[in-house]
Design a protein around this ligand. Structure first.
Ligand code: NOJ
Length: 746
């Protein structure tokens, strides 16, 4: 009890310290305060309560009595998963019957598009193209906001290094720098420049924090990590969302070093609202306030609500604990009302910013809804994003691009004619995506060469299961063709929330089908559709050409056909390491050197290695081919020594030395050769995506400053230590084309 009193006191002091002074208060602050003054304690707790709509669920359904009545009583501040202007209008009308007529906030998971589905976020990240990523998020925001939604639970900015974790599909991969830039672009895409613009959504950075580091890659599992690792790898993308002006944060399900994130004052009050000065509000993940009982840090809902509000969580998604217990907690002296006021003020401010007090039905215009849904501009953004997301992993003897003169093409596999599969996991069943607006892979091929070539189809086998009775037909079809395209991979429900798996190899007998097709002697191009990096050693060793096509959204078929026939030259590069075997996980490029590094795969017995397997991945971070080739040359550093207030300009030439125009993602890696603590063997510190016509050259420059040389030392200070640094220019994290060193002076 003593401890609690102390906590309350120090929280009140903290609150006083960072609540803006009256002179600096914005109009929204003043407006929020004017409403706050009128509210009863019960109404305040109601604002902090979020319920799921009656008819859809993206988490375990909970029973709540008379939601309509509770809205009218001012006991609900927000609803998730209400879709469409008609539905949201109905709920909003009820809120308008409450005493203070405070509008509801409608939230939903608009993760990769709304009705016009975009590639899954991990696929998009492989474009390394911030403008395209921002545009894709914008399109989702334009559609969803036209359907009555105010707030998306995106972007997910969790760094992840474990492809067993099903939610890798929702993030931007393993690297903090790239993750931070993508996080920034996505927030800008969703929110636009003006808060409350009618075609925008308020964004939510999730899941705070370190959710992607769940032990064993098992969703919802605990996380145990050093503070240094947290700050260096897992927090930067969250920080970037604040720089982009993100409106809200969502806590994560996991406990971290023994403290559940939803009841974690260090994460929420100290770092987020304190050190980072975040002025938006924090929503719990679904039921995660109440789940602290299962974590074993509180004994019941009353204590759970207490722990969450003290820690800095402002809104309770679907636990019902805030609405049930906060008034009592205040009345019994366990929670200062100042904390409740702070939380409610944050929520009201967002409602003001969105313009909901001026017009609660601002986002409920059925005409705009009709206009925006499947708007051709969104389809165009989806196509652009999808083409830029496809990674060319292998292309022996330049099998790709295929000629448009081919006479007969066999398109085989369980995913060729799949419709829903292209949508990926967060495909908004709630929004009700119309299958007519999904271009299947088969349709894409028909659109491209249907008039000139004979197209043959066989399913061959299922995604899962052991049935091989379709092989004979597939082989027969292949035998008639000039080229075979085989589309295999995962079912879309195999990656996503609660879709962790211990086996990430290509399911069922799909690789056996490939073997049967290769026996025909025909050239086979393999498309791998998945929500995560898979293990596919047979395919990687034997197929002459492989495109990793992820789940590409509504324009999947057209994007794949564009790449297959060279109307788009693939430019994507992997943002997660692809392991050789699940036994290598976690595997990532920016590892430490160790005291016994294994420089190659030979002398491995007294090195940090495996006795039965290489330590190298199948495909590394930053890897991806093009139909053309790029030569790197002439690395120059404008100085070999710099003082901490100086910069070094690194320049080099990249030449498109192949036969096609193309884009290349050039990567700058640095290594701090001797540090006060161990430093990774390399870290991505910058990159550029450049476009070069066949034969064209370009001088590329990177500026190295103190920031790029800094890291968190053991005292969690952000420091650049004097000494020697390695600079590496790579076409991937392993394919280092140019190197040099320089010295940072005292
Ligand atoms: C649980 C998920 O973890 C979170 O990402 C999502 O936003 C909520 N459910 C709401 O659907």
């Amino acid at each position: 009890m003593k401890r609690n009193n102390f906590l309350i006191l120090s929280l009140a002091i903290t609150l006083a310290a960072y609540h803006p002074l009256p002179a600096q208060e914005s109009t929204f602050d003043r407006k929020a305060d004017s409403v706050l003054r009128l509210m009863t304690l019960e109404e305040k707790a109601g604002q902090m309560n979020q319920y799921n709509d009656d008819w859809n669920a993206t988490g375990p359904m909970t029973a709540k009595s008379d939601m309509a009545g509770q809205i009218r009583d001012g006991r609900v501040g927000s609803i998730l998963n209400a879709a469409g202007t008609a539905r949201t209008r109905t709920w909003q009308e009820m809120a308008m019957q409450s005493r203070l007529r405070i509008p509801l906030l409608f939230g939903q998971d608009v993760i990769h598009g709304y009705k016009s589905t975009m590639p899954i976020p991990l696929a998009e990240s492989c474009s390394w193209d911030m403008e395209a990523i921002e545009r894709a998020a914008r399109a989702g925001a334009a559609e969803a906001s036209a359907c009555g939604i105010h707030w998306t639970f995106a972007p997910m900015v969790d760094i992840t290094r474990d492809p067993r974790w099903g939610r890798v599909m929702e993030g931007a991969g393993e690297d903090p720098l790239l993750g931070a830039r993508i996080a920034y672009a996505r927030v800008k895409g969703y929110q636009g420049d003006t808060p409350g613009a009618v075609n925008s959504l308020m964004a939510c950075a999730k899941h705070y924090a370190a959710y992607g580091a769940a032990i064993g890659g098992r969703d919802y599992n605990s996380v145990d990590m050093s503070d240094r690792m947290l700050w260096e790898v897992y927090l930067p993308p969250f920080r970037a969302t604040i720089d982009a002006g993100v409106g809200t944060f969502m806590t994560s399900f996991n406990d971290i070093n023994g403290v559940p994130s939803t009841g974690n004052p260090y994460l929420l009050r100290d770092i987020l609202k304190g050190q980072w000065g975040f002025e938006g509000f924090v929503v719990s993940d679904w039921g995660s306030v109440g789940e602290m009982i299962n974590h074993g840090t509180v004994k019941d809902g009353y204590e759970a609500a207490c722990s969450a509000i003290l820690a800095g969580c402002d809104m309770d998604m679907e636990s019902h604990d805030f609405v049930d217990y906060l008034p009592r907690l205040v009345n019994e002296g366990r929670v200062p009302v100042a904390l409740i006021d702070d939380a409610v003020r944050r929520i009201l401010k967002k409602k003001f910013e969105l313009g909901l007090f001026d017009d609660p039905f601002k986002f409920c215009d059925p005409e705009r809804e009709q206009r925006e849904i499947y708007n051709p501009e969104h389809e165009a953004a989806a196509l652009d994003m999808a083409r830029k997301s496809i990674v060319l992993l292998k292309n022996e003897n330049q099998l790709l691009p295929l000629s448009k003169e081919l006479k007969t093409i066999a398109f085989i596999g369980p995913l060729v004619k799949a419709v829903k599969e292209n949508k990926g996991f967060w495909d908004n069943e709630i929004a009700g995506v119309d299958s007519n607006f999904i271009v299947t892979q088969w349709e894409g091929l028909e659109n491209k060469v249907g008039k000139t070539a004979r197209l043959l189809y066989a399913r061959g086998c299922d995604i899962e299961g052991q049935r091989r009775d379709g092989f004979a037909e597939a082989v027969e079809v292949a035998a008639q063709a000039d080229v075979v395209i085989l589309s295999i991979g995962e079912h879309r429900a195999m990656s996503g929330e609660a879709k962790s798996t211990s086996d990430i190899s290509i399911p069922g007998v799909q690789e056996e089908l490939l073997a049967a097709l290769l026996e025909t002697g025909k050239p086979v191009v393999v498309l791998i559709n998945a929500g995560r990096p898979l293990v596919f050693n047979y395919t990687a060793d034997h197929a002459p050409a492989i495109l990793y096509t992820w789940w590409l959204g509504c324009q999947a078929g057209n994007a794949i056909a564009d790449v297959l026939f060279g109307d788009y030259n693939p430019s994507a590069k992997l943002t997660m390491t692809f392991p050789l075997s699940v036994g290598q996980i976690p595997i990532y490029y920016s590892h430490f050197n160790t005291g016994r590094p294994a420089p190659d795969d030979r002398n491995r017995f007294y090195n940090s290695s495996y006795i039965d397997l290489s330590i190298y991945p199948r495909f590394e971070f930053g890897y991806g081919l093009s139909y053309t080739t790029f030569e790197y040359s002439n690395l120059q550093l404008d100085k070999k020594q710099l003082k901490t207030d100086e910069t070094i300009t690194v320049s080099f030439t990249v030449r498109n030395s192949g036969p096609y125009d193309g884009e290349e993602i050039v990567q700058l890696y640095l290594r701090d050769l001797v540090g006060s603590i161990t430093r990774p063997v390399k870290e991505l510190r910058d990159f550029r995506k450049i476009s070069l016509k066949a034969g064209e050259s370009m001088v590329v420059q990177f500026i190295i400053d103190k920031e790029k040389l800094s890291f968190y030392n053991n005292q969690l200070q952000w420091v650049a230590e004097p000494g020697e640094f390695g600079v590496m220019i790579g076409a991937s994290s392993r394919d280092i084309r140019l190197k040099d060193t320089f010295v940072l002076l005292d």
